[in-house]
Ligand binder design. Structure first.
Ligand SMILES: [Zn+2]
Length: 136
């Protein structure tokens, strides 16, 4: 689907073409101005995505977020959102970063107060596991 947009064989409302990454409007937007940033080269998920391409995706999303704030589209805030894997809500198997305008009170995605503050030793243990993987 997104490979077809990247090679021009499928229609999309292109917002930006930055070479290795491009951005277009989500065909089923949560709000007007909901954009997707994708790599031109197919990558199913983050594990397949070259690090440099990930940086380019974020850089373009960053520029788009600023641009959205300068338009007259309703936009009180922005979420950058990437679903990696089915459990995370990924439904299109070509990596894509959502640039999602938010409107006060829309209730789309929220950090909930029901998430409990965890004890420091537990947080330290999680951090230790991840530091070990980053150094591996
Ligand atoms: Zn693809």
């Amino acid at each position: 689907m997104f490979c077809g947009i990247a090679d021009g064989t499928q229609p999309a409302s292109i917002v930006a073409d930055a070479g290795e990454v491009l951005a277009f409007t989500d065909v089923q937007p949560a709000h007007s101005g909901h954009l997707l940033v994708v790599p031109r080269e197919h990558a199913t998920n983050l594990a397949e995505l070259p690090a440099a391409t990930g940086r380019a995706m974020f850089a373009l999303a960053h520029r788009l977020a600023a641009a959205l704030g300068r338009t007259d589209l309703p936009c009180d805030g922005i979420n950058l959102f990437l679903a990696d894997g089915a459990a995370a809500g990924q439904e299109v198997w070509h990596v894509h970063l959502h640039v999602l305008p938010r409107i006060t009170g829309d209730g789309l995605i929220r950090i909930t107060a029901e998430w409990q503050i965890r004890p420091r030793p537990e947080l330290d243990e999680v951090a230790r596991k991840l530091r070990a993987e980053l150094m591996a």
